[in-house]
Structure formats: structure tokens, C-alpha cells
Design a protein around this ligand. Structure first.
Ligand code: AMP
Length: 292
């Protein structure tokens, strides 16, 4: 089914309660519609839209959740300053067919009587973002668990921009036996290479220019796999970011499956970076294949 073939004559529905979703889901099931699901925190940009458009192509109906999840923020200041722009988000989605929005408040997302048994995050959850943002993935798992249980989609779409999150969502899907098809989608970038992110909205003009150093550093690693040592690549990549005035939280070259540090080049690795551009913490990553 192509997007252009979808019906455009129905107004987009925006739900705010769990009960509305339960009813909607039952209607879709009766009509034998396949549900695609895209969880977001809003402040939508073309990266989000690429997930939504893919979901529209691959499903009969698509639900997008927009919820800034307090449980996954380990810094209150970051939570407070996270951009919120629901009306603009809805306007961006208006042209897409067969789409419904779920934009609950916190009480609706986390009713006091809703049970939740946390899953062990294992080693993957302790590395990279897990080590630098305590409680972050616990919060992600909590919200995605509740959303998967509520929406019960056939397919759910996540960006590779959050590479470690995607790995953890796959674990979650297995751990709780949701049986959802988890689709990883490529990172959408600005024309200069900066990975699109809702947090980019908080960058000043000068910071925005400097932020491109992150993707330049990743490109350097990608271009040098097998040509210089892995340590040399890390040092050169770090220098690009630091010379642009950013503060590196971590820059690691890791195995794409275990996310453990590589000590030598292998067939496939992923370079993962988190860096502060002023107050704004940006993350990005790039898969780097050995061409030897
Ligand atoms: P967020 O609103 O930041 O929680 O992101 C919602 C979803 O969009 C997550 O699965 C992200 O990985 C994905 N996403 C965010 N930025 C991008 C991007 N630049 N390209 C592709 N997917 C993205």
C-alpha cells in the first residue's frame, strides 16, 4: 500500500486517554487492519517523519504517540527545557493518511494501579548511555512497555540514531513476549551531516555550526577503518569534536551487537558519540564497515 493510495478524507484523530486507544484498537482488530506504531516525544522533525512515512507505507493504520517521558530524563533541567509543540506537531502530520495520535498526560500514561515488572537490562544497559545517564533506559523500557501493551501493534518503528535504545527495545520485545516486528530506520541528517534531533532546536546559531563536528568525527572514523589504528581513529575523531568547542561525554567504537568496546577493527563496528554543545547533549552514531 503506498502513501499516495491511502485515503485522505478523514480528519486525523487525536486521543488523550487509554480508554480511547483500547476502543480504537478493538475497531482496528475487528476491521482486520494492521497497526504500525511510532513512539515519539514530539517536537517532530524530518527524522520522525521518515519513520511515520515508512509506517504508513507498511501498515493499514498508524498510531504515533507524543509524550515527553519524565522517567527517562536523568536531569530535571533537560526535562524542563525539552521542546514541546503539540499544535505544530499535529500540523506536520495533517497531510498523512490513516494516522491517529496518542498524546496522553502523565497520569494517563502511568496510572497508579497499572502493574509493571521491570526487566533486567543486562550488560547492554550498563554501557554508553546506560553508564552516563543512570535510570534513562529503565524509563524508556517502562514507557515503551506500557505503550506496546496498550497499542498492541504488529510493527513498531525506531530510529538507528538511538542505536542502543533500539537494541534495548528488541530485548524488551523478547523479554515481555510482545511479538512485535521491530523496525530499525536509518538516521536522517541535515544537509551538512548533523543528525536531526529535537534537541537541535535549543542550539544557538554558533552552537549549531559547531555541532556538525560530531558527524564529521564519525565520518573520519568510517573513512579510516583498517587504515589507521582504532585508537588513532578515536583520538583524531575526539580532536575534531573538541576543537569545535564541544565537551565529549563519550566516544567509543563498539561491537554493533554487544555494544562492548572493540580493541581492534573488525568486519563491522559502530562509533557512538555523546557530546555537550553548550548545555545541549547530542548523541549520534555511525556504522563503520571494514572494506578490507
Ligand atoms: P524521540 O522523539 O527523540 O524520542 O524520537 C522518536 C523516534 O524517532 C526514536 O525512535 C528515534 O530514534 C527516532 N529519531 C530521532 N531522530 C531521528 C533521526 N534523525 N533519524 C531517524 N530517526 C530518528
Amino acid at each position: 500500500m503506498s502513501v499516495s493510495n491511502c485515503r485522505k478524507d478523514e480528519a486525523m484523530q487525536t486521543f488523550v486517554t487509554r480508554q480511547e486507544i483500547i476502543l480504537w484498537r478493538a475497531q482496528q482488530r475487528t476491521a482486520q487492519k494492521q497497526i504500525g506504531f511510532v513512539p515519539t516525544m514530539g517536537a517532530l522533525h524530518p527524522g520522525h517523519l521518515s519513520l511515520v512515512e515508512q509506517a504508513c507505507r507498511e501498515n493499514d493504520v498508524v498510531l504515533i504517540s507524543i509524550f515527553v517521558n519524565p522517567k527517562q530524563f536523568n536531569q530535571n533541567a533537560d526535562l524542563q527545557s525539552y521542546p514541546r509543540m503539540l499544535s505544530a506537531d499535529l500540523a506536520l502530520l495533517q497531510h498523512l493518511p490513516n494516522l491517529v495520535i496518542f498524546a496522553p498526560n502523565e497520569n494517563e500514561m502511568y496510572p497508579a494501579d497499572l502493574p509493571f515488572a521491570p526487566m533486567p537490562l543486562g550488560k547492554i544497559g550498563q554501557l554508553l548511555e546506560g553508564a552516563h545517564r543512570p535510570g534513562h533506559f529503565e524509563g524508556v523500557v517502562h514507557v515503551v512497555h506500557h505503550l506496546f501493551a496498550l497499542v498492541q501493534p504488529q510493527k513498531a518503528y525506531f530510529g538507528q540514531k538511538d542505536f542502543q535504545q533500539l537494541a534495548i527495545i528488541r530485548l524488551l520485545n523478547n523479554f515481555y513476549s510482545f511479538g512485535i516486528d521491530i523496525i530499525g530506520c536509518e538516521t536522517i541528517r541535515e544537509s551538512d551531516g548533523l543528525a536531526m534531533s529535537s534537541r537541535n532546536l535549543r542550539l544557538t546559531h554558533a552552537q549549531r555550526k559547531n555541532a556538525v563536528s560530531i558527524s564529521r568525527a564519525l565520518q573520519l572514523v568510517k573513512a579510516n577503518v583498517g587504515k589507521i589504528s582504532l585508537e588513532e581513529a578515536k583520538i583524531a575523531a575526539s580532536a575534531i569534536i573538541e576543537q569545535a568547542g564541544l565537551e565529549i561525554d563519550y566516544l567509543e567504537i563498539v561491537d554493533p551487537i554487544t555494544l562492548e568496546n572493540c580493541t581492534e577493527w573488525q568486519q563491522m563496528q559502530v562509533c557512538c558519540v555523546a557530546a555537550f554543545c553548550g548545555e545541549v547533549r547530542l548523541i549520534d552514531n555511525m556504522l563503520c564497515e571494514s572494506v578490507l
